[in-house]
Design a protein around this ligand. Structure first.
Ligand code: PEP
Ligand code: MN
Length: 445
């Protein structure tokens, strides 16, 4: 494998940030070797299919919906949790497909989103300072020295949690659950009395009638009962992503088999850093987060380094500018990339530029800011004549109270009720559905 990807030692000799510090090098070595023996989680052919679909997005012919938890947890590997997340993503995708009449490429932040970059290495509570929580793949959420120690064995747990999640996702999306005729059932267990749910039910009714018409006409098509759903996560941990990188027996090229699409975070995308070095060798479709300080030349440099051959669908730029900056910062980046003749998918992450802390100490985002950033994103693309290719959101299927506003007008004091995220605040189900309707309206204009 050596000529196709660097060794782990070579990677670790490169500039790198946001990596765990393990005390037991032998144990880490054992873990990496064990992971390298374990089966791939996804197949190269599936990654290629997703890349082809993203190429359609780059070509203005489809829209990406990418969403899920900020940080998945090992505890969260439960059927009900995975099912409700999938259900909200499928409901959103139906809203987008039906209301905006565009094909939707469905990608979860799921089955691998266990590692987090942090702005501070430590966390202080009272007189005690401990290592920051870096996601279940690295250490525990509990604020104790034992739990916050970086533990390489958690990488094996990450693999197992990802495998169990992906197994259930695959069963759901091919086993009838994702059948479009289940539209009402996806909704059944949720509050029916909100404006949003009512709107959804109404649309589900319309779709049902249209489907009934098609079936009565004799149209029978598997595409109604099976959906293509892909898994993605931030490829943060070099040890894990390296261990999951395998040579495809068909194409003889390396793929990161930990997920179909992997992305590079805003904090780890140094062009000469280890992250970029590993990912530029693998053939998966790649996401690249771009914050408000990105220059057009930065985006071009990254694209050239990660995709010198301009493979269609390879690069998705995920812009997370902030509601107050998107109109000012995004246009020059898009223009610079467009001028090179490169076709990429432009996706808006309206979450990460809009985080703030409330007076009562919760990290939150307001639904209004999320909508405002998305409106800015759509306006910029309208002005430039480019295609607003998708949205990347942090959400959950549960009725949590982590983001302010939305149909139920959640206030700062409401956050106490169900604030459950292990990291960033997520849209709950009704906020997510409401957002899907808002996006569909923009796509329709
Ligand atoms: C994230 O997606 O959770 C994240 C940390 O994003 P970013 O790299 O854009 O800050
Ligand atoms: Mn996040």
């Amino acid at each position: 494998m050596s000529e196709l990807i660097p060794s782990l030692a070579e990677l670790h000799a490169m500039p790198q940030v946001q990596q765990p510090t393990y005390e037991d090098a032998d144990r880490l070595n054992w873990v990496v070797n064990r992971l390298r023996e374990l089966p791939p989680l996804v197949f190269a052919g599936e990654c290629d299919d997703l890349r082809d679909k993203i190429a359609r997005v780059a070509n203005s012919q489809a829209f990406i919906l990418q969403g899920g938890d900020c940080a998945e947890t090992f505890d969260g590997v439960r059927a009900d949790n995975i099912k409700s997340k999938l259900r909200v993503l499928l409901s959103m995708s139906v809203v987008l497909t039906y209301a905006a009449q565009v094909p939707v490429v469905k990608v979860g932040r799921i089955a691998g989103q266990y590692a987090k970059p942090r702005s501070k290495d430590t966390e202080t509570r009272g007189a005690i300072t401990l290592p920051a929580y870096r996601g279940d793949a690295v250490n525990g959420f509990d604020f104790t020295p034992k739990s916050r120690r970086h533990d390489p064995d958690r990488l094996i747990q990450m693999y197992n949690a990802s495998a169990a999640t992906l197994n259930l996702v695959r069963a759901f999306v091919t086993g009838g659950f994702a059948d479009i005729r289940q539209l009402h059932a996806w909704n059944a267990s949720f509050v029916q009395d909100s404006r949003i749910e009512h709107r959804y039910e109404q649309m589900a009714g319309e779709i049902e009638r249209a489907l009934g018409f098609m079936l009565a006409c004799g149209v029978k098509d598997d595409t109604l009962s099976v959906v293509d759903f892909y898994a993605s996560h931030e490829a943060l941990l070099l040890d894990y992503e390296y261990a999951m990188t395998r040579i495809d027996s068909r194409s003889h090229r390396p793929y990161d088999t930990s997920g179909h699409m992997v992305w590079i975070g805003e904090r780890t995308r140094q062009p000469n850093g280890a992250q970029v070095e590993l990912l530029r060798r693998v053939s998966n479709p790649l996401g690249i987060k771009l914050g408000p300080n990105t220059a057009g030349t930065d985006a071009i440099e990254l694209a050239d380094r990660l995709d010198p051959n301009r493979v269609p669908g390879r690069i998705t730029f995920i812009a997370r500018m902030g509601a107050d900056k998107v109109r000012e910062k995004l246009p020059s980046i898009i223009e610079a990339v467009e001028q090179t003749g490169r076709k990429v998918a432009w996706v808006c992450d309206p979450m990460h530029g809009n985080t703030f802390e409330t007076a009562n100490g919760y990290k939150t985002r307001s639904y209004a800011a999320v909508v405002e950033e998305l409106n800015g994103f759509f306006d910029v693309h309208d002005q430039l004549g480019t295609w607003p290719g998708g949205v990347h959101v942090e959400l959950t299927g549960e009725d949590v109270t982590e983001c302010l506003g939305g149909a139920f007008q959640l206030s700062e004091t409401d956050l106490d009720a169900r604030y459950e995220t292990a990291c960033d605040p997520r849209l709950n189900r009704s906020q997510s559905l409401e957002l899907a309707f808002m996006i569909a309206e923009r796509l329709n204009q």
